[in-house]
Structure formats: structure tokens, C-alpha cells
Design a protein around this ligand. Sequence first.
Ligand code: HEC
Ligand code: HEC
Length: 592
Amino acid sequence: MTAHARRRVRRIATFAAAILLVALPVGAQVDLGTEEQRAAGKVVYDKYCGQCHGDTGDGNGYATPRVKPKPRDFTTGTYKFRTTPNGMLPTDDDLRRVIEIGAPYTSMPGWPNLTSAEIQNVIYYIKSFSPDFENPDRYGEPIEIPRPLESTEESIARGRVVYEEQGCAACHGEVGRGDGPSAPTLVNDKGDPIKVADLTQRWTYRGGATKEDIYRTFSTGLNGTPMPSYADSLEVEDRQHLVNYVYSLGDGDDPNYGTLITAVYSEEPIDLQNGETLDALFEAAPTTRFPLVGQITEPGRNFFPSVTSIEAQAVYNRDEIAFRVRWHDLRADTSGRNSPSLEVPMWDEDNGIGDDAGDDGGDSDDFFGDFGGEEAPAEDDFFGDSGDDFFGDGGDDFFGAADAGPPGAEFSDAVALQFPASLAPEETPELKPYFLYGDSQNPVDLWFVNLTYGVADTFRGRGSESIEPTEADIVEAVTSYDQGEWTVTYKRRRSSRAGVSFAEQQYTPLAFSVWDGFNRERGNKRALSSWFYVYTEPSVQPATAFPIVRAAIIVLVLELLVVFLVRRRARQKAAGEEAASTTLAATEAPAI
Ligand code: HEC
Ligand code: HEC
């Protein structure tokens, strides 16, 4: 072989090696760290992660029964939030991202205080729980996430077409409210029911809510869940349009919870039967979103309610007041029973142990034992902090007693407004009845609508044990379910014979309860709010600046006019007198 030929062979060999390196970058990704690094990672893990993810990484920490979705089981090698293709392992950067910022709207917190080295070490340790990380075949090339396209009308319209063509609506619903026809049937890969994301509530996205996050989520899918990967079926540009469409469905990045409904005054009659005029009336009223949490204080506990927020509005006229509430529900359950006082047997409480709830009563007792002990949240904590713990866990595998069989039509959806039966004395306006259906001294009134019938029933509550129908006041209601959203509009006379009257400029406490029949919610197993207020805005608005200025200008002009006229008159008169006196003088002068 000549020197030239040898060089040639060498060059070809180098070239081939380079090609090989490009084609098989995969093996290079197997990086399990050193023994020291894993040992250092174990220290971090045992301190911060084990209580949820379990000492052995199996997802069974002591806190696990209390959280939903369940902490990741690291022994399975199944990860949701990845830049890698469906079914593949996450990259270290993917893991780092979740560890640094957490998974929003779940109990998985972010760990901004860990150093970069600590995070890398804990990543090595987590990887050691699953042999999959030793297998080069389980690694895939991460996708590139392009910069978002400008969100023009055309882009959103194209995204809408892609959304329809790809069948996102089958699970997420026509307008993304989580009410697709498949939604009630979805299960994760452990066979537990899983709640589909409500795309209109971006703050509940667990993988993050930026456009880049959304792109990643549907490009690579969420392993272990029915959320598929669309990397193969969609061109990059169509995915970018789809991102803009999904983003446009959202109601903002933040739920913007409020504490007060402002009831606006109208001269118009409130006619529940005339949808158009009714909508027009409410169009003028501001909307407030209130957080709902599960009832966990009394029997009938519901750690993981389906509905986590409700929107409310109010309008009033001379005689009547009307409230409108709206919430999202994956299905209208309108054939079963429901009532605020329906008994919930112990086995059917949603106690947070998920699938074990039914057949393992022991667990459930332990659980409540613990919870009722020193760690039981004080009522104030429970409502006070906008706690990740409670608001956070809206989701995964959300019907506790899965053994109750496929969700049937046993219980209907329902909603209630709760008011104090009488207002607190003026000196102590902060006094309110016990938020759980009132108490013997301070009863509450419930305006309850069982959505099977769509009419309002009124109850007087003196605590959960004493809820009686009342007929002192007539409350009317109309209801509708449209594309995953319930709307219930109530009306009552402002003055009441036995309950609270709504005077102008009055702050009236009110609270909400929502029952999802699909989640077997009834009686005390419900989503509820703490007390908030409705404020009846003054019917006569104080005049704004413009009319005052206008009036002032008119007055000024009139005054100037008067002054001008008076002056002119005076001048004329003076001139006349002068002329007269001159004439007089002239006539008289010669006489002098
Ligand atoms: C309070 C409970 C809790 C603690 C403490 C906790 N996690 Fe998690 N973690 C969760 C839950 C719940 C999930 C599942 C979220 C989901 O499924 O959407 C999760 C998921 C994860 C995931 C998987 C993300 C994916 O793509 O699937 C990783 C990685 C993770 N946690 C790492 C950690 C590390 C590291 C620590 C300690 C520094 C830690 N977690 C502490 C509750 C916790
Ligand atoms: C077969 C049912 C199904 C289909 C089809 C589906 N999804 Fe999903 N999707 C889910 C489920 C279930 C979740 C919730 C997973 C979880 O919470 O872990 C989800 C979650 C999401 C999320 C939120 C993820 C997060 O961070 O919490 C987005 C965004 C999303 N899907 C977009 C889409 C888009 C866009 C399409 C169509 C291209 C689509 N999905 C098609 C079932 C589906």
C-alpha cells in the first residue's frame, strides 16, 4: 500500500467513524455518574424527595396517600415531561427542569435552592432506581423546540384545523374544556382513571404553560398517560400553529381568584326564560373566579374534587336579584340522585388512597387517623393559604374509589349557593355561620340545584346533621350544559320573609358547593368554597367628572353671557344718559 493509499484509507476510516458518531449519538447519553455522585445524590434524595417518591424510589413515600397525582415511581423508568420521543427516557436536562421548577398544580414542588451539582447528583441517584437507564435503546434524540410563531388570526385558525384533524377534541373537547367523548373512559398505564387536561385553564398544566412547553407536550406525549405524541404526524409549522390555537383557548396564565362578586344594578326586568335579555344583563356584570377545594373536615370527605374553581356574577333590579355561576365538568350527569344531605358511606369517601379505598379499609382509617391528628389543617389554614396542597391536586386518577365500578348514572351533578340566614350584627360584620352548612345558632340557607331537574330547592342548614327543606322564599333557576360548561342562573326577590335580604350597598356573605356526579359526589362529598361576599353596587352611580365639567362650562358661559348683557345694557344706558346730558348741556349751555 502506498503512503497515498494509506492516507486515503485513514481518511475514509475517520469519515466513517464521524458518520457513526453522528448516527449513533445515543450510546453516549448513558451517563450514570460516579459512585460518589450517586452517594451524594442519595443524601439529597433522602432529605427532600423520599417522603413522596419513597425510599426505594417506588413512589410510595409516607406522604403519597395524600397527593394526587401520585408521585412518580422511579423504578418504572416512565416519565411524562420529556423532550425525547414517546416511550423514551428523559434527558438529564428534562429531569433538571422538573426538579428546578416542579410540576405546576401537583404536589411536586420546585427546588430552586438546590445547587446545580446537587441536582445533577440527585439525577444520577434517581436514574439508579431503574435499570432502563443502563439500556442504550431506551434513549432517543431530543426534539428541537422552535421559537413560537406570532399568534395571528390566521395562525390560530390553522391551529384550530389541526386540532380538529388530529382528534384532540376526542379527549380535550371541542373548545378544550376537558369534556371530549373519550374523557370519561381514560385511564393511565396502571389502569387508574385519569383526568384529561382542561386546556382553557393553563395554570393547571403540569408540564408548564409556556408555548414551548405546549409544543413539547403534544410533540412527545406524556408517557404513562393516554396523551399521545404527535411528532410523527405533524410538520413543525403545523405544530406551531397548533400551539397558538391551544394557547388562544386559555383564560390567562393565572386563575386570578377573587373574593367578591359585584352585583350591578339594572332597570330591566330579570326574565329567566328569555336567554337573550338574560345574557345581555349578565354581559354588563363583572365575573369573579373563586377557588373550590374538597370537603375534608367531616365524614363524606373528598380529597380530590373534580371541580377546582367556579365563576360567578350577579345583577339586581328594584325587586329581584340574580346570580349566575359557571364551571367546567367533563360530562353532564343528569339522571341520578343528589341532595346536600345524602349520606356517604365510609367506603365511598374519597380519602386519597385511590384504588385501595374500597377494599382496604384499614388503610383508610390510618389515613384519617393521621390526618385528624396534629397535622390536621386548621380551618383557617385550609382556606387561608391558596395552598398548593389543596388546590394543587386537582387531578390525576381523580375518583378515589375506583372499585365503585365505571362511573355510572347513580348521582347527578349539582350546585348550591349558601347564604347566612341572617346578617351578622353591625358591630361584628365578620361573624359568619360555620362554613359547613352552618350551625345551630347561625343557620344558613342553601339554594340547591340538582341538575337532573334543573330547579332550585331551598334548604335551611344548621350543620351537616340538620339540613331541612324550607319554603319561605321562592328561588327560581335555569340551567344549561354546553361544551363542558355548566351555567346555572338563579333569581329571588331581594327582600326575604325568612332569610337574608339584599339591600343596596350591602356586603352579603356567600359560599359555593359543587357536586360532580361522575366522581360520585353527593351530600358532604363535594367541592366547596370558604365564605366570600356579594356586594350590591349602588343603583345610582355618583356622577363622573365629565358631566360636572360640562355643567360647569355651561354655567360659566351663561354667567359670561349675563355679565356681557348686563355690561352692554349698562354701557348703553350710560351712553344714553351721557348723550342726554350732553344734549341737555348743549341745550342748557347757552342758558348759562
Ligand atoms: C410533596 C411530594 C413530592 C416531593 C417532596 C417531591 N416530589 Fe417529585 N413528584 C411528585 C409528584 C406528585 C410527581 C408527579 C407529577 C405528575 O405526575 O404530573 C412528581 C414527579 C417527579 C418527577 C417526574 C417528572 C416526569 O417527567 O415525569 C421527578 C424527576 C421528580 N418528581 C423528582 C423529584 C426530586 C428530585 C425531589 C426531591 C428533590 C422530589 N421530586 C420531591 C411529588 C413530590
Ligand atoms: C386519547 C386522549 C388524548 C388525546 C387524543 C389528546 N390528549 Fe392531550 N392530554 C390527555 C390527557 C389524559 C392529559 C393529562 C395528562 C396528565 O395530566 O398527566 C393531556 C394533557 C394535555 C396537555 C397538558 C399537559 C400538561 O402539562 O399538564 C396539553 C397541552 C395537551 N394534552 C394537548 C393536546 C393536543 C394539542 C392534542 C391534539 C394534538 C391532544 N392533547 C390530544 C389526553 C389526550
